[in-house]
Design a protein around this ligand. Structure first.
Ligand code: HEM
Length: 409
């Protein structure tokens, strides 16, 4: 029941694709359809103090940029919000904004945290959490899917991975919700900085506690690992705890709320899910293609390079739009239809190339667990109030989705 106005392609030169207000309050499907067809390599002119940047909308060109480590880096930021405002303070320390040899070394360390033992543990606790949340919502009959269901699923999984004490989890949830997006158009950026600093401080204490212990959670791994005989420096340890928390929490939440809305808006697909007509793994991929929790990827060009015939100059800021590539009509059949049985489905929701999402297994497990829980426990779903979209130019999702649920039978 979204009532957001659609932006017409005629307004392209006036809108700012880096504006959180634009993404929260307007539908941009027509703009991106136009860009893919007519201006696949679009240069958004500077707006006031804000520098210009490339807007890349076609699947094939997004793929080119993601693959090209020689000409594009994340070290100045991997989202427009940081790239256009002087860079990312975690550059060279946090995995997502580090490149080259150090990126490879850090990625090797962090990958070890996703051991089969840990993933098995999380699978079981995810199922239990989702069942508990859905049963509680069913008992009440109504709930806010974003706050009462989605908000509690990924945070639990990532906290399991980091072994965050139960008593601290609510506090961290409040902080992560403010670090990269807000519920309000006019929230000052300082709110986000304060939240980020509090998260970093929290992890600095936890890392200290876990030093020299023999646990195998991700915080202990970061606190005690060695690369070429040397421990990670404190900035790397804190930044990567933070990166996992942020990367692992909010994206998953938006994928889940978006999936619930898509099922409500597509009753035939809800029935297909309920009747067991679709394989849950296949359905998970379509839910991820559709919901696009991360709208774009941001890069800076490190050298002159030509993409789709367009010269990009060293130093240019480039944005590749996952939201657009996932709807590219030259790759996906009927891309604007939500089809749970869609195969093949090589979406870019987790990006591609060297920065491909480290937590993609976990992200997939979360959406799978929710689809499975809905299929088993819920008879019917209905939206009972308008959803509220978050203000962010990178994250895409809802902070509120009021729904009514009925159980089976
Ligand atoms: C990277 C999306 C879940 C941790 C990324 C990137 C995307 C993404 C698009 C690439 C960023 C870039 O290219 O600049 C998502 C989505 C998720 C999800 C949509 C859920 C549905 C998770 C989870 C974790 C996680 C659960 C951690 C437990 C990371 C990390 C990176 C990353 C550490 C950086 C990888 C690197 O630079 O090598 N994610 N993510 N993500 N994600 Fe996720």
């Amino acid at each position: 029941m979204s009532t957001r106005p659609t932006v017409s392609p005629n307004e392209l030169e006036q809108i700012d694709l880096a504006s959180p207000i634009l993404h929260a309050e307007y539908e941009l499907d027509e703009v991106f359809r136009y860009l893919r067809a007519n201006r696949p390599m679009y240069w958004q002119e500077p707006r006031g103090e804000q520098p210009g940047f490339w807007v890349i909308s076609r699947y094939a060109d997004v793929n080119e940029v993601y693959k090209d480590k020689a000409h594009f880096t994340t070290e100045n930021g991997n989202a427009l919000a940081t790239l256009l405002t002087g860079g990312d303070s975690a550059s060279g320390a946090m995995l997502a904004v580090t490149d080259g040899v150090r990126h490879h070394q850090l990625r090797n360390v962090l990958s070890k945290g996703f051991s089969p033992r840990m993933l098995d543990l999380i699978t079981n606790s995810l199922r239990a959490t989702v069942d508990e949340l859905l049963l509680a919502a069913l008992e009440r009959g109504e709930c806010d899917a974003a706050q009462d269901i989605s908000a509690n699923v990924p945070l639990g999984a990532i906290c399991d991975l980091l072994e965050i004490p139960q008593s601290d989890r609510k506090y961290l949830l409040g902080l992560t919700a403010h670090a990269w997006s807000t519920d309000h158009a006019d929230e000052p950026p300082e709110e986000g900085w304060v939240a980020k600093n509090e998260i970093l401080l929290y992890f600095s204490k936890l890392l200290k506690e876990r030093r020299a212990g023999d646990r195998d959670d991700m915080v202990s791994l970061l606190a005690n690992c060695r690369i070429d005989g040397d421990p990670l420096n404190p900035a790397e340890q804190m930044a990567n705890c933070y990166g996992l928390m942020i990367g692992g929490d909010e994206t998953g939440r938006h994928a889940i709320t978006g999936t619930i809305l898509a099922l409500i808006e597509n009753p035939d697909q809800w029935r297909a899910l309920k009747n067991g007509d679709v394989d849950l793994k296949t359905a998970t991929e379509e839910a991820l293609r559709w919901t696009v929790p991360s709208l774009h990827g941001g890069r800076k060009a490190t050298g002159d390079v030509v993409i789709n015939g367009q010269q990009i100059k060293a130093g240019d800021v480039v944005s590749v739009w996952i939201s657009s590539a996932n709807r590219d009509e030259t790759v996906f059949d009927a891309p604007d239809e939500f089809r749970l049985a869609r195969t093949p489905n090589k979406h870019f929701t987790f990006a591609y190339g060297s920065h491909y999402c480290l937590g993609h297994h976990l992200g997939r497990m979360e959406v799978y667990a929710v689809l499975d829980g809905l299929r088993r426990l819920v008879g019917d779903l209905e939206q009972i109030g308008e959803e509220r979209w978050i203000y962010s130019s990178i994250l895409h999702g809802m902070s509120s989705l009021p729904i009514r649920l009925r159980s089976e039978g």
